[in-house]
Design a protein around this ligand. Structure first.
Ligand code: ADP
Length: 538
């Protein structure tokens, strides 16, 4: 027997309409490139997002056409997040930190018809302009008052469109609203198309109390870029609940962020561990008057336990999240449950270091050569995942090995305990296989980063004639500290079996980063022979 329910589609226009009807007074705040603050209300957001939708429709785009954005986290990007999909087009957020050839490849591969770019990125535009095949370039004047004449000026032209009489097209929930490319750490970047339904359900799910507990009274700053997997879905979720939204623009240094949190009374901020390492460093140096329930949502890369503990020691809260471009992105989260409040910070951080349990409607399993792994907290396997916001294919690229039996194979190696808590042991390509046994680069890195003189550490495998692979550690020492290889060996041998200890320790000035601010181990691998030669190794 069929349930007698309406055939109601889960789409972005619903979020936009709701924003204006219920939350017209809520604020959107942005720090501009010149560091000044610009603020407006959701009613302005509504008007402008609809003006953009109307402009693009008048331009002659057809349903499903892609519009690229090259922007930092700001209110215009939010207008694009809501306006483009509400007109039935696809918001294609392009990662500004990729190499220019990769950016051009992505824009052409997606066949974007229009590009919206902020004027702070002119140096990038100059490099890609001749290589991309878009029909129109719209420039957002954030730094200057106007866009140069040869471009369409977002404010002068687009915002002149009166969106009042704009009528939403009929949108089915399973059509694409967004597009984002993986950053191509393995091979060419691959596109993932997000449906209206996936984005809507994901926004609801990340708002749940045991996930990130998003509510009307929140003031939230997404530091994770809006060009990286929809800023983890926060702009959609915040708009759905009417939160005050605070965007940092291009200023992501610790001082600028902390001043912004303080000034706007932010209570939740969202980003990768490498950014939080610098923010926590600054918090240890200087007192900031942050919200009493200030919370860091940390995700996107493995977070050192020392970082989580420091945040707790400073009196703030931590939520840990795991996700991928292919998973919209949030699949797992970990929070402190009320019954854990009497644990020590050491115990709390040992709990929070795990990536957590799956969100509702997300199913997981671990697979190894023997089939599905038991949930015993020790058997390792690759994490497989499925659910309503997990990709079922890449855009225009065949990858049957990643999509199996209705699951997506993540490439992350995990253990799962009997309550379903997942711990990422490593990415499959980063695990080190020494003499037939696995060594976790993540465990070694976390231990190294818990040393009080170590600022950053990355561990990779190097090919070994006898053991097949052996670990090698790259270390960044804290300013004005001194540290030797022997001290590190001694330190690690208190925690690990002797065969786990890295063969070499290479001291460098900084660990190379990916475009999303994560450690770029591929670069260390590429340059390995040079490093080994420098220290007289193999
Ligand atoms: P990429 O890093 O390949 O450019 P993504 O941004 O999609 O692309 O990153 C997804 C990967 O990041 C995951 O497969 C996982 O290895 C890593 N990751 C994400 N969140 C976490 C986390 N909380 N802990 C450890 N690793 C994480």
């Amino acid at each position: 027997m069929k349930g007698l329910m309406m055939n109601y589609q889960l789409t972005i226009p619903h979020i936009l309409e709701r924003a204006n009807k219920l939350f017209y007074d809520s604020e959107v705040v942005t720090r501009k490139p010149d560091k000044s603050i610009v603020r407006y209300k959701y009613k302005d957001l509504y008007k402008r997002a609809r003006a953009l939708a109307k402009y693009l429709t008048n331009f002659g785009l057809s349903s499903g056409d892609r519009v690229a954005t090259l922007m930092y986290n700001n209110y215009i990007h939010l207008e694009a997040y809501l306006g483009i999909p509400s007109a039935g087009f696809v918001l294609h957020t392009v990662n500004i930190r990729l190499h220019e050839d990769e950016i051009a490849y992505i824009i052409n591969h997606a066949q974007d018809r229009i590009l919206i770019i902020e004027d702070t990125l002119f140096p990038l535009l100059e490099k890609i302009e001749k290589k991309i095949k878009v029909e129109q370039i719209i420039v957002v004047p954030l730094k200057e008052n106007n866009a140069p004449e040869e471009y369409i000026d977002y404010e002068a032209v687009v915002m002149k469109t009166d969106g009042k009489d704009f009528i939403y097209p009929d949108i089915q929930e399973d059509v694409a609203a967004g597009l984002c490319y993986t950053s191509g750490t393995t091979g060419k970047p691959k596109g993932v198309l997000y449906s209206h339904r996936a984005i809507s359900l994901h926004a609801l799910a990340i708002s749940l109390p045991d996930v990130s507990n998003i509510k009307f009274s929140d003031t939230i700053t997404p530091v994770v870029p809006m060009f990286h997997v929809n800023a983890w879905g926060f702009p959609f979720a915040m708009t759905m609940h009417g939160c005050k939204q605070v965007y940092p623009g291009p200023h992501l240094d610790a001082k600028s962020l902390l001043e912004l949190y303080e000034k706007e009374n932010v209570n939740l901020t969202v980003g990768v561990p490498t950014i939080w390492l610098t923010v926590v460093g600054e918090l240890e140096r200087k007192k900031y008057n942050l919200h009493k329930d200030f919370t860091f949502l940390v995700g996107g890369a493995s977070a050192p336990q020392g970082l989580i503990k420091k945040i707790l020691d400073l009196g703030y809260n931590v939520i840990h999240g795991w996700g991928m471009t292919e998973t919209t992105p949030v699949g797992l989260t970990n929070t402190l449950r009320p019954e854990m409040k009497n644990l020590s910070n050491e115990e709390k951080s040992a709990h929070l270091i795990r990536q957590g349990t799956p969100l509702p409607f997300i199913e997981i399993k671990g697979m190894n050569e023997n089939g599905e792994i038991p949930w015993d907290g020790k058997t390792m396997g690759e994490l497989y995942i499925r659910g309503p916001w997990i990709a079922s294919a890449y855009y225009g690229v065949e990858a049957p090995e990643k999509f199996m039996d209705g699951f997506f194979a993540t490439g992350d190696i995990v253990i799962i305990d009997k309550k379903g808590y997942v711990k990422i042991v490593d990415r499959s390509k980063d695990l080190i296989k020494s003499g037939g046994e696995w060594i976790s680069s993540v465990d070694l890195e976390n231990a190294l980063m818990s040393h009080n003189k170590v600022k950053e550490a990355a561990v990779i495998a190097y090919p070994h004639p006898v053991w097949q692979e052996r670990p090698i550690a790259f270390i960044v020492i804290k300013e004005e500290e001194h540290l030797t290889e022997d001290e590190l060996k001694e330190f690690l041998s208190q925690k690990f079996a002797k065969w786990w200890l890295p063969d070499y320790y290479i001291f460098i000035d900084e660990i190379p980063r990916t475009s999303a601010g994560k450690f770029l181990k591929r670069k260390l691998r590429d340059d390995l022979s040079k490093y080994l030669k420098d220290i007289g190794g193999l």
